[in-house]
Design a protein around this ligand. Structure first.
Ligand code: C2O
Ligand code: CU
Length: 541
């Protein structure tokens, strides 16, 4: 493969949206940030120069980084932050991924303004498993906050309440003309009648899963998280934060202006941004534009059936060239409850429900981010940084999806990680619970893609539910929603040694502790062991 070099300069820049201007941290002064474009088999070296005011890290979301967690990026999980005024060179090898991924900051809430697309074209000499599109475009969905995001999350943590919701969603950095002061800058995608386009859609939103559609045009989903799918035709997609979807659209409607729009899917009592971002699909040529563009029909914000109906149709392509390797026999089975909780808070300013502070947990453990990174502590055997005590099941079983709003199940605070043998066939069953505000949780795994073999509503039933598993063509992804009041089963082979973060990709849940770390141990041969660290890791204090 080819080697590509990029310089990412983290620096403040001024942006005006929704009639007000703010300074925010960006990569190279752009929002969204620069695109990385490679072929499968290539390597990218990205030199990250921090010209900002605080320490920061960058993560390559969905890239497996075989044997090389040193470049993965989550702050105090695989590295300490890059101090202001210094640089860190990261190596990103594209081995098996093909399609669309993205990169983002992985320190506090800085990813709101620091993210961009990663485009992985088929290896030289191979092609898409569908007819070549006429052109391609990238659609990045993101959140816009009028205030400073770092201050918003700091304030929420100080009071224990919910953080402010965003003020807008954006498409390629622009809110679109349903918002104040936004019509002139609305993003436009120009198309020619009769041609076919590949849209690479990325959900970089902070706290909401999104419905997305284009008026009058059907969407054909052909890939997700840099793996191919059997084509699915639908009028909308549901995409969680962290996910990417490759979608074919044919410009086969009467030449005109059509809205593409994104609005939240959030079936929850927790506060969320319920606004709609738009961009315009515009045909080239002469026609009388409508007074206002046609609008797509999107499901209601709380339509969990619309979300599930779409999600349940996702299937791997499972072709000769793109085979499925889902483990049939399991060596290690882990059952993880996923909850939002309240923690007793003696401080009078506690703004969470019942005067408690909000927290979140996996198996009733609310993850505490350590002061130095777990990867270096593991590699150099430094004691006192983490505990290898993450359990295989919750402390006790109850009716998880029944009416348990009032159960006072206070989570323990711990930096608990799970040790996994090299090469083990792993199954994880995520069980949503009705504690706190029940909602979907898009769980993300660093260092791996996994197969989604099953999902359903209610409590997982270990007798009947495994009979519904799809072991033939399950989708292969890096992020997937655990349905509200439901469960999700994933499988993968633990063949990538390293220290790999696992967390909900709703940013407020990550912050509250809906996280753990899988440490996959070394194998017995040189090529199944973690690589040694580069000598220039950012310093830890
Ligand atoms: Cu998109 Cu921990 O990552
Ligand atoms: Cu969550």
């Amino acid at each position: 493969g080819k080697v590509h070099y990029y310089d990412f300069v983290l620096k403040e820049a001024n942006f005006t949206r929704l009639c007000s201007t703010k300074s925010m941290l960006t990569v190279n002064g752009s929002f969204p940030g620069p695109e990385i474009r490679v072929h499968k088999g290539d390597t990218a070296f990205v030199n990250v120069h921090n010209h900002g005011k605080y320490g920061i890290t960058i993560h390559w979301h969905g890239v497996r980084e075989p044997r090389n967690p040193w470049s993965d990026g989550p702050e105090n999980i695989t590295q300490c932050p890059i101090p202001p005024g210094t640089s860190f060179l990261q190596e990103i090898k594209f081995t098996t991924e093909e399609g669309t991924l993205w990169w983002h900051a992985h320190s506090d809430w800085s990813r709101a303004s620091i993210h961009g697309a990663i485009i992985i074209l088929p290896a030289i000499g191979t092609s898409y498993p569908y007819p070549k599109p006429h052109a391609e475009d990238t659609i990045v969905l993101a959140s816009w906050f009028k205030g400073d995001v770092m201050a918003i999350i700091e304030e929420a943590l100080a009071t224990g309440g919910d953080p402010n919701t965003s003020d807008a969603f954006t498409i390629n950095g622009q809110p679109g003309d349903l918002y104040n002061c936004s019509s002139n800058s609305t993003y436009r995608l120009m198309v020619d009648y009769g041609k076919r386009y590949l849209l690479r859609i990325i959900n970089a939103v902070m706290n909401e899963e999104m419905f997305f559609g284009i008026a009058n045009h059907s969407l054909t989903v052909v890939g997700m998280d840099a793996a191919y799918l059997k084509p699915i035709k639908n009028s909308y997609i549901m995409i969680t934060p962290g996910q990417t979807m490759n979608v074919l659209v044919t410009a086969d409607q009467e030449p005109s202006h059509y809205y593409m729009a994104g609005s939240p899917f959030a079936d929850t009592t927790a506060p969320f941004d319920n606004t709609t971002t738009t961009a315009i699909l515009q045909y080239r040529g002469n026609y009388t534009p409508p007074p206002s563009p046609f609008f797509p029909v999107l499901p209601a914000y709380n339509d969990k059936y619309a979300a599930m109906n779409f999600t349940a149709r996702l299937r791997s392509l499972a072709s000769r060239a793109h085979p499925v390797n889902v483990p049939k026999k399991i060596d290690k089975r882990i059952f993880i409850t996923v909850s939002v909780n309240q923690i007793y808070c003696p401080n009078a300013s506690c703004a969470g429900p019942n005067g408690n502070r909000l927290a979140a947990s996996l198996n009733n453990i609310s993850f505490q981010t350590p002061k130095i990174d777990i990867l270096e502590a593991y590699y150099w055997s430094l004691p006192g940084v983490y505990n290898a005590t993450f359990p295989d099941r919750p402390p006790y079983f109850f009716n998880f999806t029944g009416d348990v709003e009032n159960i006072s199940l206070a989570p323990c605070l711990d930096t608990a990680v799970k040790m996994i043998k090299y090469g083990a066939a792993v199954e994880i069953i995520f069980q949503g619970t009705n504690l706190g505000a029940p909602e979907n949780h898009p769980m993300h795994q660093h260092g791996y893609s996994f197969y989604v073999v099953g999902m359903g509503w209610g409590n997982f039933d270990k007798k009947s539910d495994p009979k519904t598993y799809n072991l033939v063509d399950p989708p292969e992804v890096n992020t997937f929603g655990v349905p509200k009041n439901g469960w999700l089963t994933i499988r993968f082979i633990a063949d990538n040694p390293g220290v790999w973060f696992q967390h909900c990709h709703l940013e407020r849940h990550t912050t509250w502790g809906m996280d753990t770390v899988l440490i996959v141990k070394n194998g017995n041969t040189a090529v199944t062991r973690m690589r040694p660290p580069p000598h220039y890791m950012p310093p830890c204090h």
